[in-house]
Design a protein around this ligand. Structure first.
Ligand code: CMC
Length: 461
């Protein structure tokens, strides 16, 4: 926790001598670092349980050295920003957006209100909400050329490739979005992205299915409009089942933000070059496409199919524990949560609701039994492996007949709210600059160029 009256301005101070002899000029909490190469002692301020790795730069042997760096592949212990958007306590299983517990938001809010909250920091007033909802509803259409752009993909293109390219292409339709320090441009970009993601996603869905694209129905709320663009055929108006519409809206809330995950980090890194927000969000979509990030719910379904029957669960669990076949219990474990993922509890009860409508599937039967056995097994207890959000989301999407490779697209629609909030926070953060990590160079020292081939050589036809 920050200590009163303590600031970073003290910086890092170097002294000679032993720690016992040193009178530290730093008045607040600090580290004392002794450089064994020189015998010098440095004091490094601690704020928010954190030191600034830039403070280490002054630790040098010679004046022209670069100075000490921090080495942290995969950011295992490095904070890249200050953020007031999302709070996670992985040990206690807590997730809050702007201070509001995820459980309360999932029960009482809706996705649009949460999107506003993530960006603005406070819940909207009635007037603000009505205006925001109106704006989102009336920016759902995309330029006809975007439709033609999606048509240009092969029939079997992965929908996430269409999303990545489609969001990047939107940038070319809104060139003034480059004025990122103009608040009105950021406002409209936020609205356009949230409004058009479901349209783009539905076009990608219909393209793969070979079905005619359905235009937005602006008389419908957000989730209902999305389901209409997915499922409507010849009927003049599509009415989604209220349980399905509710499930989509709640899943969008749960996936709206998750602090500095891989795709959010990608949006921030790309956004730090001051590119327009469509291009930055396209980077986030690309990062989300990877199987280690947005693709885990697909893997859960494949695993359930591989198990095939409740009677095969004990053997499967044993194979996971023995490490044979390299399989893991997909949908279990989390880098941050070392207790029950708070989103998983909500998703489980949502799954019950959806399956009451769709009918209990064999997958669900296997999933419930798998969870029961794993949660009482010492291997999983000792390693604090609990179901994560992806354990049940795939079952919901499957029950609603979404194809497996479409699951990540649903995630991308929701995460757009968080990406945009995080992107704007980065832009307005005076401490941020273009993201530019350092490296430890491990290649050759200087060496003279000596050609190994004749570059003018013509290949005989
Ligand atoms: N099944 C079996 N063993 C596991 C699992 C699992 N799902 N996850 C971790 N372990 C074991 C692992 O083998 C290791 O055991 P040991 O100490 O004996 O070597 C120990 O638990 C610690 O594992 P780790 O790989 O160091 O943990 P991590 O924090 O690096 O990995 C994880 C987190 C999510 C990548 C991992 O738990 C995993 O692969 N889970 C399955 C995939 C999955 O469900 N991913 C979705 C994550 S939620 C997505 C989101 O929030 O966006």
């Amino acid at each position: 926790m920050p200590r009163p009256g303590f600031t970073h301005q003290l910086g890092l101070q170097a002294m000679s001598g032993t720690p016992a002899e040193t009178k530290s000029p730093v008045t607040g909490d600090h580290l004392e670092i002794k450089d064994s190469r020189t015998g010098k002692i440095y004091t490094v301020p601690i704020t928010d349980e954190t030191i600034r790795t830039a403070d280490l730069k002054q630790i040098k042997v010679n004046a022209d050295d670069f100075g000490i760096m921090g080495y942290d592949p995969a950011f295992m212990n490095t904070a890249s920003c200050r953020s007031s958007i999302t709070f996670i306590d992985g040990d206690k299983g807590i997730l809050r957006y702007r201070g509001y517990p995820i459980e309360q938001l999932a029960e009482k809010s809706n996705f649009l209100e949460v999107a506003w909250l993530l960006r603005k920091g406070e819940l909207p007033t009635q007037k603000e909400y009505d205006e925001f909802q109106h704006q989102i509803t009336f920016h759902t259409y995309v330029h006809e050329n975007i439709k033609r752009f999606v048509e240009g993909f092969r029939y079997d293109a992965h929908p996430m490739t269409m999303m990545t390219a489609g969001v990047a292409a939107l940038s070319s339709f809104y060139p003034t979005s480059k004025d990122i320090f103009d608040e009105r441009e950021r406002d409209i970009a936020f609205i356009r992205l949230l409004a058009k993601m479901p349209t783009l996603a539905a076009f990608a869905y219909r393209h793969v299915k070979g079905m005619p694209y359905v235009y937005p129905d602006n008389s419908l709320p957000y989730a209902e409009n999305f389901l209409s663009m997915i499922a409507r055929m010849s009927e003049p108006k599509y009415e989604a089942h209220p349980v399905y519409a509710k499930a989509i809206d709640v899943l969008f809330i749960l996936h709206a933000d998750h602090e500095q995950n891989c795709s959010t980090n990608a949006v921030r890194a790309v956004g730090s070059s001051q590119v327009d927000p469509y291009s930055a969000v396209a980077a986030g979509v690309a990062a989300l496409y990877g199987p280690l990030h947005g693709g885990a719910n697909e893997a859960v379904l494949r695993m359930l199919h591989e198990i095939g029957d409740v009677k095969n669960i004990p053997a499967f669990i044993e194979s996971v524990k023995s490490g044979k076949g390299g399989s893991r219990l997909m949908g279990f474990g989390h880098r941050v949560y070392k207790s029950y993922d708070p989103r998983a509890k909500i998703v489980k009860s949502l799954c019950d609701d959806v399956l009451r409508v769709a009918g209990l599937s064999k997958d669900m039967e296997i999933a419930l039994e798998l969870e029961r056995i794993a949660l009482s097994d010492d291997y999983f207890i000792a390693r604090k492996l609990y179901p994560n959000v992806d354990f049940y989301t795939g079952l919901i999407y499957r029950a609603m007949h979404f194809p497996t490779d479409y699951f990540t697209v649903l995630f991308a629609i929701a995460r757009t709210a968080g990406w945009m909030a995080q992107w704007e926070e980065l832009l307005l953060d005076k401490e941020q600059k273009i993201a530019r990590p350092r490296q430890i160079y491990t290649g050759h020292d200087e060496r003279p160029y000596q050609a190994k081939v004749d570059l003018g050589h013509k290949i005989k036809k």
